[in-house]
Design a protein around this ligand. Sequence first.
Ligand SMILES: O=P(O)(O)OC[C@H]1O[C@@H](O)[C@H](O)[C@@H](O)[C@@H]1O
Length: 301
Amino acid sequence: MSPRIIPTHFAQQPGWQLSVGPARLQISAQGAQILTYQLVEQAPIIWLSDLAEFHSNSSARGGIPICWPWFGAIERNPQAVQQMTHAQAPFHGLARLQRWQLLSQATTADSACLVLQLDTQATPLTDWPHAARLTLEVILTAEQLNLQLTTDNLGPKQLHLSQALHSYFAVSAIQHVEVTGLENCHYIETLAHWQTRQQTGVLRLDGETDRIYLQPASTLQIVDKLWQRQIQLHSQHSHSAVVWNPGPDKAQQLSQFDPAAWQRMLCIETANIWDDCLSLAPGASHSLDLIIECQPLSVTN
Ligand SMILES: O=P(O)(O)OC[C@H]1O[C@@H](O)[C@H](O)[C@@H](O)[C@@H]1O
C-alpha cells in the first residue's frame, strides 16, 4: 500500500492518520500533538494513556505534546522568558492548549509529510503578546519519524523562550529499561531542591524521576531488554533533555493516567531549557530536530 494521509477525529478534535509501509502515526490538530506511533503488529513506540481524553484547550496524556513558549513552571525559567508572559502562566506553555492549522500535506513513494502551524501574529495569544510562527513538520517513513519544530520571530523585539518535544515512550516494564547517552552528564535533580548532580553510568529508573540533563549526547537510546528493542532519539539544536517518570505515588495524582501505567512509559523530552533557552532576534528562526527510530536489539548490540 502506498503512503497515505487520512483525515480523522479524536472525539471532537480533527486529526490525521499517516501510514507508510508498517509505520502508523496519529496526530491531532489540538496542540499539533502526535498521539500514537508504532509499527504494525509491534508494541507501540510512543505511549498513549488508555485514559487519554481529547478536548479543545488541553492536551491528551501521552503522545508528544509540544511545550512552548516555555517549559514547565514559568517561575523556573530564566527572567527573560518569564518577562514575556505573566505570573499565572500555565505549566508547559500555550502551544499544547491551541488548535493548530494544517499548512500542507503530501506523500511521496516512501514518505508522508504533514505540516501544522501556530501563527501568533494571525491569531494572537492573550497571555503571550508577541508575533511568532511555530511550525511542526512531521515526516513519516517506514523506518523513522522525523520531526522539526521551527520558531520564527515575526515581531520587532527579541523573543526569549524555552520549549520541548515532550515524548512519552512505551516500555515493556520500567525496571527492564536502560537509557544510554546520558553517561557523565550533569543534571538538575528537580526532586532534590534542583541540585546539580552528575550521572554515573547508564540511567536505570526505579521510581519517580524528574531530571533536566545538560549537554546530553545527540543520540539517546532506550534499551528495552524484555521487548528486545532499542528506541533511538537523534536530536539537533537541542542541548538539554528531560527524563520524567511519575513513579507510583505521583501516578495516583496525575490526570488521564492509570496508577499502574508509570511502569509502562518513560518520557524523554528533547528540549531547549535551563541554560539552553532560545533568544531569537527579530527575523531570526530556530529549528529543533528529532528523529525517532526503533530497532531490534540484536541488530544494534
Ligand atoms: O501533567 P503535565 O502538565 O503534562 O506535566 C507532566 C510532567 O512533565 C514533565 O516534563 C515535568 O518534568 C514533570 O514535572 C511534569 O509532571
